[in-house]
Write a protein that binds this ligand. Structure first.
Ligand code: SF4
Ligand code: SF4
Length: 64
């Protein structure tokens, strides 16, 4: 489903994504923290997250 727009690459703050030789997004390196920003911005819904021990869990805000 990836159309190679590069949006996920632009938004990843750990530089964990690149476009490969086929123009498709590919995870590189070991710094992905599973924040989901790439999946959120992907216009094609082409990214799914796989839960693992590096995934960052952001607690919900506390009520005032
Ligand atoms: S995975 Fe989604 S945001 Fe990333 S290059 Fe492909 S289509 Fe674009
Ligand atoms: S989940 Fe977060 S850190 Fe991992 S590739 Fe996507 S934007 Fe980058």
């Amino acid at each position: 489903m990836c159309v190679g727009c590069g949006t996920c690459v632009e938004h990843c703050h750990t530089n964990s994504l690149e476009l490969n030789d086929e123009g498709k997004a590919e995870r590189v390196g070991e710094y992905c923290i599973g924040c989901g920003v790439c999946a959120h911005f992907c216009p094609e819904n082409a990214i799914s997250l796989v839960e693992n021990e590096r995934m960052v869990r952001i607690p919900p805000p506390k009520p005032n």
